[in-house]
Design a protein around this ligand. Structure first.
Ligand code: G
Ligand code: G
Ligand code: MN
Ligand code: NA
Length: 256
């Protein structure tokens, strides 16, 4: 298995799929949106998860076409759902953007053209960015964030707690949502001190005007604890794994 060699042709050979993981309101239990997560159906290897190829895709730069393919595919699917099922207008679609995509001079044109082609309202699109994006090139990234914010596209900081960003400088960026990394959701239940740390992150995020999503929720206890601390949304195996498009469609059809 040579990921680098095989990645080169994976897009044209239509080997990528987008899976959709539900986000749930911890307050009401309602579906609030989906996160688009790429999967690779390798002809010999079968289903390859991003953990096995995202780093190589980043290093080789293939993440740029892959990332834009995912954005376009997920937006097109969202449009299909809007056209065929009466999905709530406040449902959001979250898509991950890599550092390498941020370095593309035509990033905003790409996003604009995808939104235009698919008729998705900018308020329904949430772009997930890791802390490394902010650390990479603060000045130009700030300009791009401001432009996305002007378009009313939502911005989320992903995997919060695993990198180096601090809440004290996050306030300089127009972030709408902070996603607490799943390692913190585990860590939280290990001691009262750890619980206090997570509580502090949630409170500070709220002070800075951000909503909070907790990732990797696997137990009712974790969900209840986070809900009591004011965390708005959750994502994790307790609610649902990332779903292939057919299963996500079924879920939406059951939506009240
Ligand atoms: O879905 P899974 O938990 O296996 O994803 C593993 C990692 O791959 C996560 O950190 C996730 O953010 C990342 N990932 C999944 N899909 C995409 C994508 O379309 N673009 C980027 N840049 N990262 C993705
Ligand atoms: O880094 P990012 O948040 O984009 O990645 C989300 C990844 O986390 C997905 O690949 C998904 O498969 C994985 N994931 C989602 N929910 C859970 C969970 O409850 N437990 C674990 N272990 N992984 C999860
Ligand atoms: Mn993510
Ligand atoms: Na994450």
């Amino acid at each position: 298995f040579q990921a680098e060699r095989d990645l080169r042709h994976a897009i044209e050979r239509q080997e990528f799929r987008v899976y959709y993981q539900p986000l749930i309101s911890l307050m009401t239990g309602q579906l609030t949106g989906f996160e688009a997560l790429v999967r690779w159906h390798h002809p010999e290897r079968g289903l390859v998860s991003p953990g096995e190829f995202i780093d190589i895709a980043e290093e080789t730069g293939f993440i740029v076409p892959i990332g834009f393919w995912v954005l376009r595919e997920a937006c097109a699917q969202f449009q299909t759902w809007q056209d065929t099922i009466a999905i709530p207008s406040n449902l959001t679609l979250s898509v991950n953007l890599s550092v390498k995509q941020f370095a593309q001079p035509n990033l905003l044109d790409w996003i604009d053209s995808i939104l235009k082609q698919t008729n998705i309202k900018s308020q329904q699109l949430k772009l997930e960015i890791t802390e490394s994006v902010i650390l990479e090139n603060t000045a130009s990234v700030q300009g791009i964030f401001n432009q996305l914010h002007q378009r009313k596209i939502l911005l989320a900081i992903d995997d919060f707690g695993t990198g180096y960003s601090s809440l004290s400088y996050l306030h300089r960026f127009p972030m709408d949502t902070l996603k607490i990394d799943r390692s913190f959701v585990d860590f939280m239940t290990q001691s009262p001190v750890n619980l206090g740390i997570v509580k502090t992150i949630i409170n500070l995020a709220h002070q800075l005007g951000m909503s909070v999503v907790a990732e990797g929720i696997e137990t009712e206890h974790q969900a209840r604890t986070l809900q009591e601390m004011g965390c708005e949304e959750g994502q994790g195996f307790l609610f649902s794994k990332p779903l292939p498009v057919e299963a996500a469609t079924e879920l939406l059809q059951q939506f009240p």
